[in-house]
Design a protein around this ligand. Sequence first.
Ligand code: ZN
Length: 137
Amino acid sequence: MKISRIDHLGIAVESIDEVLPYFENVLGLKCYAVEEVADQKVKTAFLKVGEVKLELLEPTSPESAIAKFMEKGGKGVHHVAFAIEDGVENALAECDAKGIRLIDKAPRAGAEQMNIAFLHPKSTASILTELCEPMNK
Ligand code: ZN
């Protein structure tokens, strides 16, 4: 697979409203999009740091993976997302062939018009890893 860059870091937060002043007023970053991803039961807020984005993830239901992550004591950085140049589907097939545990067997729709898929932290140096690409390239 061909990774061009880190697309974003996913950060688990209890409340976007509560943490946004830190990112905007202290770090001087700007939130340019807030989007609810019903499928994943999260509200997301995006900030740009040069080419890389921060994706703040607030659970909208106790059933959301983010809520469960925080329930287990998880805080802060939740996942690293790599931009895949030659297709998430290809990358998944390659990972599968190399024995990597996949959370998603096929790409699905994420925030910001992206196709996304997750690799299991058990196979990825304990880092929840997202592969992503724009839906319309
Ligand atoms: Zn993400």
